[in-house]
Design a protein around this ligand. Structure first.
Ligand code: SAM
Length: 207
């Protein structure tokens, strides 16, 4: 019974992202006030990767983090960008092709059951994907399995600031302003910042 419920929830997440894929980048930019580019760059800097690294970007979506990784590593490195939503992945593949980044492999697969051999990556990354995973321990087990010994993991997620006044500003933006913007359409936008459409709301079924 649980397996069936999980399958339904996975299908729901996949379909939701499939519907928003054409607008995902635009929404991400507008709703994060373009800050997401800076956050991704910081993640890549903090990993301190050598140019010949192999990196797995899970829940890659439209591939912004995978592209930042590929650009930083250069042609000596390799990035495997993985997502189970083909329309999101297609957008990423196309963006990388336009930028001439050929050392990225775009893999259509589930982060909870990686079709990858063990011990092969120097690092694994995930941006705004953790909240959408229906079985987080399974995802971490898989990451651990495919990482080389001493491999690094970087997870980029939004959390609510603990201290005022940043917490007040965050709540105003994420709980009041964004849901109004996203609520105009009937569809959820799935943008990471939006409390209505992602992990911040009781209405969200995926977190
Ligand atoms: C909020 S988007 C984040 C996309 C991208 N990483 C970014 O930073 O903008 C979450 C992504 O996780 C993917 N996803 C959710 N669950 C997944 C799973 N079990 N396996 C693979 N991808 C998954 C969705 O398809 C979606 O593209």
């Amino acid at each position: 019974m649980w397996a069936r419920q999980d399958a339904v929830r996975r299908a729901y997440v996949r379909e939701m992202f499939g519907r928003v894929a054409p607008r995902y980048d635009l929404l991400n930019g507008v709703l994060s006030l373009q800050l997401h580019h800076y956050w991704r760059r910081r993640v890549v800097q903090m990993l301190r990767l050598s140019p010949d690294s192999r990196v797995l970007d899970l829940c890659t979506g439209t591939g912004d983090l995978a592209i930042e990784l590929a650009r930083t590593l250069g042609p000596a490195g390799e990035v495997v960008a993985l997502d189970f939503c083909e329309p999101m992945l297609r957008m990423g593949r196309e963006k990388a092709r336009r930028r001439g980044l050929n050392h990225t492999v775009w893999l259509h697969a589930d982060a909870l059951q990686l079709p990858l051999a063990p011990d092969q990556f120097d690092a694994a990354t995930m941006a705004f994907g953790l909240r959408n995973l229906i079985d987080k321990p399974a995802a971490f087990r898989e990451i651990y399995r495919v990482l080389k010994r001493g491999g690094k993991v970087a997870i980029l997620e939004l959390t609510r600031p603990q201290r005022a006044p940043m917490r007040w500003l965050y709540d105003l933006y994420a709980l009041q302003i964004l849901p109004r913007i996203c609520g105009r359409g009937r569809m959820r936008c799935a943008a990471p910042m939006c409390a209505r459409c992602s992990g911040g709301s009781r209405r969200a079924t995926t977190c």
